[in-house]
Design a protein around this ligand. Structure first.
Ligand code: MTE
Ligand code: MO
Length: 522
């Protein structure tokens, strides 16, 4: 019984964590799909013939029953030692981790629910077996000294130790079952609304939204370089949401208010019925350290914010727009960046598809040239035209700068970081450089702190995206260092002055060390 209750509690917590993390499947479901994949086709076919559409539920049931048997067995093992059930749970955890790891698009973080589940198993099992063990010890002692167990002489007999043990056990088991019920319900609710919104997203058709096309000359053709266009699945993700907001497009509304002549309230249909603007825009995070990868470039489709603000009629004296997300996160954006020619937009699509839920579905803001924390509000539902002097936004309340224009930066991708990478002399190095809304004119490299030499850069459609760069190096065999810096279209050279990401973005040159070998002939 202890094994069963602990096992159930562990399964439910891992399920709940998986749903809250919006990992598509619970570990049990992952095991089921792994079993399906490993089962020979003819067997699967026979099972489907036999069970019809219930084949999946049947498999899940079999897995749950088998798990129940193993849990009970682990409980029995706990009688003799603490490590035997720990090993059983550990092995079950490994099976789950393998199954989760084999899922499409899974990362190391997806193993977290399993870790939480295994920890729950161990804690619950030890909590449940502890009173039982204590009683066995007491009984053993009692056996040695039968006098202690002599009938009580008083009028009201003391409760026997067995009753006490049973009470403690049942109380703890009851609390665990209650806790598991609550967590299971939370997981179900979160999981279900997520599935609904995913379905709505899948069925959305967005007229005016086109698929991204390759940009001639943007790819410089060096193995190991970051792709110029970032697929949604590889796009960095930064937000404060523990549970990602799931908003049905039909429930979405944007309210533009504050220092305006008339309030504007817009629903999703009214938004996408407007003229759609599309552009390649690179966005990055102010927390990106020099050489870091909190940056991505996507083809965004949406509606110009300037037009919407014009509808509302911005009043004189306003210099900021306080954007609010459905989950309450806020950012303050300079009014000028939203109304000038840079086409700041309320984006509804990323790379030609409706926004992924993690990236702000159904609507998020994209402003070329500003860090995400002051502009790129995901799940945006409110825009208040206001004054910087009158507001405090989420990150500016925590010491980050009020304004967040992107700082020019450049990064080495090849040779890889960590030192010790071997590169043939006459080989190529390369990476990325960016200065959104100003644009990159040139990239230079320096070997062993020598003179700066020009690298080649890729072509880009506008000043709002990053560029790829590459250069051929010609050095003696041995240890070397490489540094990179960029020059923007205004002729400003990227500063080597090192600054931390707080309060308004890191500066400094990215460097790496590598080992050169003799030039190769190819
Ligand atoms: N609602 C909401 N929007 C947000 C954030 C957030 O925490 N909540 N983080 C911002 C920050 S700091 C960045 S860098 C970008 C990241 O966008 P991405 O996750 O789509 O890459 O989103 C911005 N928009
Ligand atoms: Mo950020």
């Amino acid at each position: 019984m202890a094994g069963l209750v602990a096992g159930l509690a562990g399964l439910v917590t891992s399920y709940c964590v998986a749903m809250v993390m919006t990992t598509r499947d619970s570990p049990v479901t992952a095991v089921a799909s792994l079993v399906t994949r490993l089962t020979p086709g003819p067997v699967v076919e026979r099972a489907i013939k036999l069970l019809g559409h219930h084949d999946k539920q049947f498999l899940l049931l079999v897995i749950l029953v088998l798990s129940g048997v193993v849990f009970a067995w682990a409980g029995r093992l706990a009688r003799r030692s603490w490590w035997a059930p720990a090993i059983v749970f550990g092995v079950l955890g490994i099976v789950g981790a393998v199954a989760v790891g084999r899922q499409h698009g899974s990362g190391t973080i997806d193993v977290l629910p399993i870790g939480v589940g295994v920890a729950t198993w161990l804690v619950c099992l030890s909590l449940l077996t502890e009173p039982l063990r204590r009683q066995e010890l007491a009984l053993a002692h009692a056996g040695e000294a039968p006098a202690a167990d002599a009938p009580a002489a008083g009028p009201s007999p003391q409760p026997r130790p067995a009753d006490h043990t049973r009470r403690t056990f049942l109380l703890r088991a009851g609390a665990m079952v209650a806790g598991a019920t609550v967590l299971g319900t939370v997981g179900r609710v979160v999981g279900r609304s997520r599935r609904h919104v995913e379905e709505a997203r899948r069925l959305l058709r967005l007229p005016g939204v086109t698929a991204p096309e390759g940009v001639a000359g943007s790819r410089i053709g060096l193995a190991g370089l970051t792709p110029w266009a970032t697929p949604a699945s590889r796009f960095y993700r930064i937000d404060t949401a523990f549970v990602v907001p799931t908003i049905e497009p039909t429930d979405w509304q944007l309210r533009i208010h504050g220092m305006v002549d008339r309030e504007v309230v817009l629903n999703y249909q009214q938004l996408i019925d407007r003229q759609i603007t599309e552009a390649w825009v690179t966005i990055n995070c102010v927390s990106n350290p020099v050489g870091g990868d909190l940056i991505g470039n996507a083809w965004w489709s949406g509606v110009r914010i300037a037009d919407l603000l014009a509808l509302a009629g911005v009043q004189p004296g306003a210099d900021a727009v306080l954007q609010t997300s459905e989950d309450g996160w806020t950012c303050g954006t300079p009014l000028t960046a939203l109304t000038d020619e840079r086409d700041a937009m309320l984006a509804v699509a990323m790379n030609g598809r409706p926004l992924p839920i993690e990236h702000g579905f159904p609507v998020r803001t994209i402003v070329p040239g500003l860090y995400g924390y002051v502009s790129a509000c995901k799940w945006v539902v409110e825009m208040e035209v206001t004054r910087f002097a009158d507001i405090e936004a989420y990150w500016t309340g925590k010491g980050w700068s009020e304004r967040g224009p992107v700082k020019m930066s450049s990064r080495i991708d090849v040779p890889g970081k960590g030192g010790g990478e071997v590169l043939a002399s006459g080989g190529r190095v390369g990476g990325m450089a960016w200065s959104q809304h100003t644009g990159i004119k040139a990239v230079e490299i320096s070997i062993d702190d020598g003179p700066w030499e020009a690298a080649a850069i890729g072509q880009v459609p506008s000043v709002d995206t990053w560029v790829q760069w590459a250069a051929t190096i010609d050095v003696e065999p041995g240890e070397h260092t490489l540094a990179v810096r960029a020059i923007d279209t205004a002729g400003v050279v990227q500063t080597g002055q090192e600054q931390d990401t707080l309060p308004d973005g890191a500066t400094g040159w990215d460097t790496t060390s590598f080992t050169a070998t003799e030039a190769t002939d190819d």
